[in-house]
Design a protein around this ligand. Structure first.
Ligand SMILES: Nc1ncnc2c1ncn2[C@@H]1O[C@H](COP(=O)(O)OP(=O)(O)OP(=O)(O)O)[C@@H](O)[C@H]1O
Ligand SMILES: [Mg+2]
Length: 281
């Protein structure tokens, strides 16, 4: 593994030998390159690629990192390296450990299915007020936004419908429609419950909630990995930041991975603007 193309700060991050590392650096300064080099370095020092999980926001970014790690190593060395989005990783965890998360009887639904359920709930009740019509897709967007950012419905409606504007007319309008939106969202949730559906936001929440509350679950899931490398950490929402592993009794031999506030070590590569993070043995 050739580290010559890295600057000193990048090299330090790549060769870091502690447990947790958060890299904070300006846009375009080489955070993703550092993650790629870190994964390649770990593999070249003997870590089994299966024990490394790369996480980021889009499928494309995840597969690009994996492709670049593979390209930087000898043939097949990184064959079993996995890169996923947070959603697909949580989905895989639920598929492999349904009993651990109590989701055995549930079906994960995609965006089209979600829209179908919301349309079923709305029926002919498309919300129309003056010149604003709130369609099923917008309702889903508002619902997802409120959940992921943990904002209340009033605030979410203001942000989603009026870009956060707060004048008297808009406040009145939001107050007027809120009970109707609330009722539809409640019906949507009831329908999901009745059908035993989990939508994309549910899967994040189910995994994050269980991992944050259940040490046994953390030990099992955390024990699957030695290193979890997260790119685009600055884009994680509040639910994703709730995801954590703390397999305390394994800390000496395996990594524990924490999101957000619990980072043990911070290593600045540049200005405090964006971040990538790595859980390290
Ligand atoms: N040490 C280096 N030497 C030469 N080029 C570098 C170095 N580090 C990064 N680069 C180049 O700089 C560009 C940006 O790198 P990279 O995408 O890793 O940055 P980033 O911090 O992840 O950016 P973003 O904030 O957009 O996610 C890439 O073309 C990369 O190859
Ligand atoms: Mg990047």
């Amino acid at each position: 593994m050739n580290l010559d193309k890295l600057n000193d700060s990048q090299k330090k991050a790549v060769e870091f030998d502690g447990k947790h590392l958060l890299v904070i650096a300006e846009a375009g300064t080489g955070k993703t390159r550092t993650i790629i080099a870190r994964a390649a370095y770990l593999i070249s020092t003997g870590v089994d690629p299966v024990k490394i999980q790369i996480l980021t926001f889009t499928k494309r970014a995840a597969s690009e990192i994996v492709t670049r790690v593979k390209a930087s190593l000898d043939k097949n060395q990184a064959q079993n390296l996995h890169g996923s989005t947070f959603h697909s990783w949580c989905n895989q965890v639920l598929i492999h450990f349904p009993n651990l998360f109590g989701t055995k009887a549930f079906t994960v639904i995609d965006e089209d299915d979600q829209l179908g359920v919301m349309k079923m709930v709305c029926g002919n009740n498309a919300l129309k007020f003056k010149d604003i019509k709130i369609k099923a897709r917008s309702l889903l967007d508002i619902y997802s936004f409120a959940r992921n950012t943990r904002r209340n419905l009033t605030e979410s409606l203001k942000i989603k419908l009026f870009y956060g504007a707060n004048d008297e007319e808009q406040t009145k309008f939001v107050a007027e429609i809120k009970p109707k939106v609330e009722a539809l969202l409640r019906d949507y949730e009831n329908k999901k419950r009745e059908k035993k559906y989990l939508d994309y936001d549910d899967i994040l929440l189910v995994v994050a909630t269980r991992l944050s509350k259940d040490e046994g679950a953390r030990n099992i899931i955390g024990g699957l990995y030695e290193h979890i490398l997260v790119d685009e950490m600055q884009d994680t929402n509040r639910v994703v930041r709730k995801l954590q592993f703390t397999n305390n009794n394994r800390l000496k031999t395996q990594n524990a991975w924490h999101f957000a506030r619990t980072w043990a070590t911070t290593n600045r590569v540049g200005e405090q603007v964006q971040s990538s993070s790595m859980g390290c043995t």
